[in-house]
Design a protein around this ligand. Sequence first.
Ligand code: COA
Length: 199
Amino acid sequence: MVGDRDGGQLADEVEDVGDRGAHARRLGVAADAVAVTRAGPVDAALTDLADLLARSSSESRASRFLTGTSRTPGPRFVRRLLDVPGGGALLARVGGEAVGHAMWAPVPGRETDEGPAVEVALLVRDDHHRRGVGARLLDELGAWLLEVGVLRVRVTTLASNAGVLALVRRDAPDASIVRDGPELTFTLDLHRVVARRSH
Ligand SMILES: CC(C)(COP(=O)(O)OP(=O)(O)OC[C@H]1O[C@@H](n2cnc3c(N)ncnc32)[C@H](O)[C@@H]1OP(=O)(O)O)[C@@H](O)C(=O)NCCC(=O)NCCS
């Protein structure tokens, strides 16, 4: 019967998509399904970012903000992560849910002959770690910064943060490093990052 055949095909398709999803997760390539957008302090982004913070572990929030942060910070705190004077923010979404946030902001007093320097920071929801979301956010940030003529990028992290160390090693193994107690500050030259990638 037609109905039976259609039902069978649909079942096959659902199973096939399910298998591909599992395969993608095993390979860590689910980042294909990630949508990254530039975000401002509009209601939807504020709600999504608050949800991302609430669903991130206290360890991840501490690694991101380098201090203890509430799972449900006040609206002003969340707004500041999207309304960045002289900078910008990105949200990564999967299936409509925010799974990552990244932002860049000018480093005060760091304008040199090479132009302004900015600081970047990012947070990926724990259940989406190691699927390429952080790398994707950094790629999008890099493209945005090149677009606005920023070449020098600073990132501060705990020396124990294996994820950030891996990301810096991937993109800028020649980044300069300043140590301050448990924290490391890397300064990357985006031209070099781009040059490395084109080889
Ligand atoms: C750091 C962080 C952003 C990485 O995001 P992510 O989406 O998990 O990273 P990706 O999946 O894109 O991985 C990028 C690279 O880092 C490596 N990596 C990520 N987490 C790692 C970990 N815990 N240990 C070792 N390597 C790790 C990946 O293997 C990958 O390396 P590759 O390119 O050589 O394959 C994420 O762990 C996070 O949000 N941590 C909490 C907040 C934080 O530390 N923010 C940084 C402060 S600026």
